[in-house]
Design a protein around this ligand. Structure first.
Ligand code: FE2
Ligand code: FE2
Length: 322
């Protein structure tokens, strides 16, 4: 896999917005000036996530939109507030067929305004339902259809395998859950395939892996459906790297029924993997955020809507960052 020399990741959508947070090394946030005197408006938050990834190699930048939030409102509003023209997007990636990740895609494609490749796993289009004694929701991904995506300007690239989509950037393909305690049996989540109803394996779930020259891997894991540790281990196997520099995304530990033990074992796993940057967002939940902040204070970084992370290849005289 190639590397990129400069990576910038802007959070277009997240569950949280905090205008009072300060800038920290490598992370620029919307701050006090906008809080008191909003010139362009302040970012909005919603249940969902969307990243704008810009990777530069040899003076050329590739811009990738990874997920689009839920309603389509914050992604458009926040891009405008941040001074981002979504027409610069070269490629779109959808992590999986859940509405908090694909819901805003039609609004985003409308602003992009031309045909762009859209990478997605084919299983994202299977009808999904929730069937529990207390809750019955049929076909909650009904708005994600190939026909509507194509009509909105997407050139669908349906792949199960990893795909190198730009220098230094690859999609993960299917991620095996290799860490035992991350094997969660989702109760009541069903997928309809070949006319039959099955427990939903969420096998469409994929991450984006970026390799920054001299720094290492950065993994964007938007909803944690394969377990964040299994996703990190998959990224290392895929690239041959022996460690991951950073991970950002939803770690899927905020739900009812997630035990404190699972959170603690996850954080132990993150500590053992010696990450330099850990940003629990979206569906990570407060307990996991707190646990990471306490166990890894140097690595912990809270990214909310409007935050931008920049990672660059160290200059020749600088030692490579750990
Ligand atoms: Fe999800
Ligand atoms: Fe999610």
């Amino acid at each position: 896999m190639q590397t990129c020399e400069r990576l910038s990741i802007t959070v277009l959508v997240d569950n949280y917005i905090d205008m009072l947070m300060q800038n920290t090394p490598g992370i620029r946030r919307q701050g006090m000036a906008e809080h008191f005197l909003p010139r362009r408006g302040t970012p909005l938050a919603e249940n969902g996530i969307s990243f704008l990834i810009r990777a530069t190699t040899a003076g050329r930048t590739t811009t990738i939109l990874f997920d689009a939030g839920m309603s389509g409102i914050p992604i458009i509003h926040n891009a405008a507030v941040l001074g981002i023209d979504l027409a610069e997007v070269d490629q779109v990636v959808l992590s999986h067929g859940h509405p908090d990740h694909f819901g805003g895609i039609y609004a985003a494609l409308g602003v992009i305004g031309r045909k762009v490749p859209l990478i997605v796993h084919p299983s994202a289009f299977h009808p999904r339902s929730i069937r529990r004694p207390d809750l019955m929701i049929q076909y909650f991904n009904r708005d994600l259809t190939e026909a509507e995506l194509i009509a909105a300007g997407a050139g669908i690239v349906a792949v199960r395998e990893p795909l190198e989509i730009a220098p230094g950037i690859t999609t993960s393909g299917e991620i095996p859950i290799t860490v035992d305690f991350e094997r969660e049996v989702p109760t009541g989540r069903m997928s309809i395939r070949d006319g039959h109803v099955h427990p939903d394996p969420i096998d469409d779930y994929l991450t984006v892996i970026v390799d920054v020259d001299g720094v290492g891997l950065v993994v964007l894991d938007p909803c944690g459906h394969s377990g964040v540790l299994s996703s990190l281990d998959h990224a290392m196997r895929l690239t041959g790297a022996d460690r991951v520099h950073g991970v950002l995304g939803g770690f899927h530990l905020g739900h009812a029924g997630i035990t404190q033990e699972k959170i603690e074992r996850t954080v132990e796993g993150l500590v053992a993997r010696d990450l330099s940057l850990v940003s629990p967002m979206h569906c990570s939940g407060f307990r996991a955020q707190r646990a990471v902040a306490e166990a890894m204070p140097e690595a912990f970084a809270l990214m909310t809507a409007g935050a931008e992370l920049t990672i660059e290849k160290p200059r020749d005289h600088e030692p490579a960052k750990k």
